[in-house]
Design a protein around this ligand. Sequence first.
Ligand code: PHE
Length: 330
Amino acid sequence: MAIVDESIIQQCRQDADAVSSTHDLDQIKSKYLGSKSAIRESLKHLATLDSARRKDASILVNSIKKSLGEIIFSRRAALLQEQTDRALADQGVDTTKDAAHWHIGALHPLTLTLNALKRSLQHMGFTIAFGPEAETFYYNFTALNTPRYHPAVTAQDTLYIDDDQLLRSHTSCVQIRMLEQQQPPLRIFSPGRVFRADTPDATHSPCFMQCEGLVIDHQANLSDLVSTLRCLLENFFGRSLKMRFRPSYFPFTEPSLECDIWFKDKWLEVLGCGMVHPNVLENLGIDTHKYQGYAFGLGIDRLTMLRYQIDDIRALYEGDQAFLQQEAQE
Ligand code: PHE
């Protein structure tokens, strides 16, 4: 019996090209590579050759075997592709057409800011707290040392649901709710939506976001407040900041301060803060000889606008896809 020669490769290719189904190709495969194939016989025959001839013959037979295997493999791939194309064409699918463009969703810029603040505050030991957006006059004002006829009530005008219920005008209400629930010492932050009777323009929106912070402890003091805020804001902007604290007025803090940061050659206000007024703590039955604390309320929208260089606050609330897609690239 003779050893196969390379002409078998050409034959195999012709046979493989002639079939039009993988089932028929299986038969070609067994004809050329199966147990009764010429290749198998040749492999068996190698053992009978003397060692001088065996080496060359073995290299030849194995290389032919490899070529046959490759022919069958690539023909099978081509047949499967044809099968798939035919099935798609039968269903009227045109694979040469452009695919529909799907936009991958992204987090809203306000959410990105909130996540960054959350990370820093949690690192500093603050735990998150939430309060309702529809509040009572008591939590929004009275409990915060702001009686009904105080001028600060007009300054924070909001939508009233009835005499007693309103949409909260700041997140400071959560200070009271938390102090009712937990004994000091306490260290919480509370992000959320707040509402004011403001006409929308580039810097005002009737709905915006704040993040409240509250620390009550034996020795929480102004310098803690300042360094906490510096740490928080520098972390947020990823660089050191020029900051300024100005005296201000809030009925529920004493002293009260406003914090500005130096941004593009201007001072910009980013938050209000101060030491919690003793009246607030005493009304809740907290011993002000033992405990004192500080609070701050920062504008999430303002920080977002600075960080992403957005110059109109309305862009954050209009849900315009082109705008959001652009911010998502940042
Ligand atoms: N609630 C105040 C505002 O909305 C901000 C503030 C919070 C001030 C906490 C002092 C302490 O303007």
